[in-house]
Write a protein that binds this ligand. Structure first.
Ligand code: 13P
Ligand code: SF4
Length: 303
């Protein structure tokens, strides 16, 4: 990143009254220039508090949509509108309607990695860092957890009092982190602790020392007395892990820990989006109204 580019981004932010939010999976140069960097839950909360009139979002579509839903009066601009999470599309409104027909006493719990349309027919949203708390605070016994099968199954192991119905969505990045690769990494680094995102498959979760969201993984490693960690999530987190812990070592489990959508968010596109204040997140009025309710309920239940 050259100095001229940084100065131009800073000047445009000031001139156009823009705050930059970025997820831990985007390129380090974007994390460096952002005003707030965090996991999905943190970014959703921050979005409700910022004073600037405009939000520039370095992340995938569902994150920008959540920021817009929670702040209808703000203009939300994406760094790259093509950055989209495939898992967000892995459940349909029809499937949700079908399950609602079958069960009484049902809550549709929607992972924020979902489209605004899916949120509009869900009862409450969750993120990877608040799912346990939110679901345990729901009165309904039956939980249809969408779209992620892996996070749903993980939450279910912790809340046996609920009856879970699972969807078959998944994150291709986390699903491709294989147990055999984790075991190999452990063999090579016997003193390292394994820190894992709950979007990974159950066999990987079972051999992990800690399971948490991106922020929780970073906080855990930072607070730990241990010096070596094997990281089972997208490689973008290495930037903050190394910034906060220059004396510790972090290892990946292979070449697959790469989200191609998050990596569309680059520093030159940050500059471009600031110059044009485009592409803007625009949602239909009826979706704005209905999809913000499960997000607001999440913020309430996660308090
Ligand atoms: P976090 O909830 O940790 O931000 O994770 C979001 C995500 O997309 C994981 O793949
Ligand atoms: Fe979606 Fe997976 Fe990329 Fe996260 S890492 S944005 S869940 S594809």
């Amino acid at each position: 990143m050259n100095d001229e580019m940084i100065s131009r981004i800073k000047a445009l932010k000031e001139e156009k009254d823009v705050v930059i939010l970025a997820h831990y999976y985007v390129d380090g140069a974007v994390q460096e220039i952002a005003d707030y960097v965090g996991d999905s839950f943190y970014l959703a909360k921050v979005a409700t508090k910022v004073k600037e009139a405009n939000i520039l979002f370095g992340g995938v579509s569902f994150m920008g949509e959540s920021a817009k839903l929670l702040n209808p009066s703000k203009k939300v601009v994406m760094v790259d509108s093509l950055a989209d999470c495939p898992m967000a599309h892995m459940v349909t409104k029809e499937k949700i309607a079908e399950i609602r027909e079958k069960y009484d006493d049902l809550a549709v719990v929607c992972y924020v990695n979902s489209t605004a349309e899916i949120k509009s027919v869900s009862d409450v949203c969750v993120t990877s860092s608040n799912a346990l708390k939110v679901v345990s605070n729901i009165a309904e016994k039956n939980i249809f957890f969408v779209p992620d099968n892996n996070l749903g199954r993980y939450v279910a192991t912790k809340l046996p009092e609920k009856n879970f119905i699972f969807n078959d969505g998944f994150c291709h990045v986390h699903k491709s982190i294989a147990k055999e690769d984790v075991l190999k990494a452990k063999e090579a680094r016997p003193d390292a602790e394994v820190l894992t995102h709950p979007e990974c498959t159950m066999d990987v979760l079972e051999i992990s020392d800690f399971i948490g969201s991106t922020s929780e993984i970073i906080d855990y490693a930072t607070a730990s007395d241990k010096k070596e960690f094997i990281i089972c999530t997208e490689m973008g987190v290495f930037f903050e892990l190394m910034q906060k812990n220059p004396d510790k070592r972090f290892y990946s489990v292979g070449h697959r820990q790469f989200c191609p959508n998050m990596k569309l968010v680059t520093i030159d596109k940050v500059l471009d989006a600031l110059e044009k204040m485009d592409p803007e997140v625009v949602l239909p009025d009826d979706i704005m109204e209905s999809a913000k309710k499960p997000l607001e309920r999440m913020l309430e239940l996660a308090k």
